[in-house]
Ligand binder design. Structure first.
Ligand code: NAP
Length: 473
């Protein structure tokens, strides 16, 4: 496929292959852009954003509704592309693709609701009553949307839908592993009738074009989802612009002695291995109180043993490959190293190409790298704790703070957990792996800055202008 920049589908100075992680076959080639292509995309986006500013909100909401309908029609194609380039099962990919239409319509609605506030200026000494003040929300202009591989549709749409819904131009830079879903989404917005210069999708290596995109002054807002390392680099390059950073994690789920252990084990078996554990809100750490530690391990093992790995297109597959063999090797190494340091591998961990058997690693020390560093793979590290205090300290004991969950039958313990755990999203009686597209979503600490979730994104992709009308003064 070609990339879409400056209003045209275009080739780049070179090309890069998109590989199917399950069988290593080449699915397609996309352009590998350079800094010159970035410059052309930004120039066109800037022009288009100036035109978009004066368009009524009702017009863009109508375009968003049309895009939503097209996304509904194209669910099967989108799902197939996601499964092929990302490796997640077709079942999971279909769930992801099925959320597109509603998400776009929600962004169309929220983007048309740019409310301001009346200001009580007469409360300022000497201002009198002949002045009126209020605020307006305006699109911020050009939004750069830089996205990861693990949800090639949802995490792209969580940026480009609110950006366009709120009247901005957007330059999307998808992950090199998964550019095809992003290009299909770009087609949807163009087919819906958006100004072609308003929507660009630039493909190529982030290491080559990322700086040009991040540092350019015409880009007013960067919305980035990816690793904390790349987020740090973008922050250093960005200069004066608005930044939202959705970064890495090592999400904990606490299971207390008074929890429904069966329910906790089922939820953790789902939340630790979905998309082969390549979810920022995966359950990476299960922190379990000693009274139910053995029962919990038995219950979790029974469920994880039943998970079948294999071809993402096979009905029977629960866990597909990781995004590449290299990634599978990295995760395998991390598990082995933890076991060499004294953790206990209860099951899984065997690798074949990019497929890794879902693993449970027990007796993991809270300071072990398997707890401390983001794993991004199909393994849950289980740690025993003696008390609620110790559980909360362990949950808080990494540099990350994206999502956290607690299972307990005690409302007081839930409330303590909610108040004391430093995470952007906290779940009582569920794991962090749950998201509604409308809710504020984002991390604390090294997991990021700012919030996504459509209403929050619209707020972060618009700017407030203060207006003062001076009457008879
Ligand atoms: P990544 O390696 O950080 O890449 C993310 C995006 O940044 C890709 O499009 C990448 O392009 C681009 N990039 C690379 N270097 C860049 C640079 N110097 N300047 C600008 N952009 C650059 O992350 P990933 O491996 O795709 O995704 C996994 C990570 O994403 C995990 O850490 C996960 O926790 C995080 N994540 C967080 C959330 C959240 O909501 N907090 C959600 C999902 C994923 P290339 O692909 O071309 O290198």
């Amino acid at each position: 496929m070609k990339m879409h920049i400056a209003g045209n589908w275009t080739d780049g100075p070179a090309a890069q292959q998109v590989i199917n992680p399950f069988d290593g076959s080449v699915i397609d080639e996309v352009p590998a852009a350079d800094a010159d292509a970035v410059d052309r995309a930004i120039a066109a986006a800037y022009r288009a954003s100036e035109r978009a500013r004066s368009a009524p909100a009702a017009e863009r909401q109508a375009l968003m509704n049309r895009a939503g309908a097209l996304a509904d029609e194209r669910v099967p194609e989108l799902a197939e592309t996601i499964a092929r380039e990302c490796g997640k099962t077709l079942r999971e990919a279909t769930v992801e693709a099925s959320r597109a239409g509603d998400l776009i319509r929600l962004a169309g609605h929220e983007g048309a609701q740019l409310y301001g506030t009346g200001l009580p200026l007469d409360a300022h000494p000497g201002a009198g009553t002949q002045r009126l003040g209020f605020t307006l929300r305006e699109p911020c202009g050009v939004v750069a949307a830089i996205t990861p591989f693990n949800f090639p549709l949802l995490l792209v749409l969580h940026k480009i839908a609110p950006a366009l819904g709120a009247g901005n131009a957007v330059i999307l830079k998808p992950a090199s592993h998964t550019p095809l879903t992003a290009l299909q989404l770009t087609e949807i917005f163009l087919d819906a009738g958006f100004d072609p210069e308003l929507v660009s999708c630039i493909t190529g290596s982030g290491g080559v074009i990322g700086d040009a995109l991040s540092a350019d002054e015409r880009v007013r807002k960067i919305s980035f989802t990816g690793s904390t390392e790349v987020g740090n680099r973008i922050t250093q390059r960005a200069g004066v612009k608005k930044l939202s950073l959705e970064l890495g994690a090592s999400c904990p789920t606490v299971v207390l002695d008074d929890a429904d252990v069966e329910k906790a084990a089922s939820a953790i078996a789902a939340g630790g291995y979905a998309n082969a554990g390549q979810v920022c809100i995966s359950v990476q750490r299960a922190i379990v109180q000693e009274g139910v530690y053995g029962d919990f391990l038995d219950a979790l093992s029974a469920k994880v043993r039943d998970l079948r790995t294999g071809d993402p297109f096979a009905e029977s597959t629960d866990v597909g490959p990781l995004v590449s063999e290299r990634e599978a090797e990295r995760v395998e190494r991390s598990i082995r190293a933890s076991v060499e340091r004294g953790s206990e591998l209860l099951l899984g961990g065997e690798r074949s190409g990019a497929l890794l058997q879902p693993a449970i690693v027990a007796n993991v020390d809270v300071h072990d790298p398997l707890s401390q560093e983001e794993l991004f793979g199909p393994a849950v590290a289980v740690t025993k704790v003696a008390s609620v205090d110790e559980a909360i300290a362990a949950a808080n004991g990494t540099r990350y703070g994206l999502g956290a969950g607690v299972f307990t039958g005690n409302l007081g313990s839930s409330i303590r957990f909610i108040r004391e755990v430093r995470a952007g999203v906290v779940h009582a009686n569920w794991t962090p792996l749950w998201r509604a597209d409308l809710m504020p979503y984002g991390g604390m600490k090294a997991s990021g800055i700012g919030k996504e979730g459509i209403r929050s994104s619209v707020s972060e992709m618009t700017e407030e202008k203060t207006v003062v009308l001076h009457g008879d003064v």
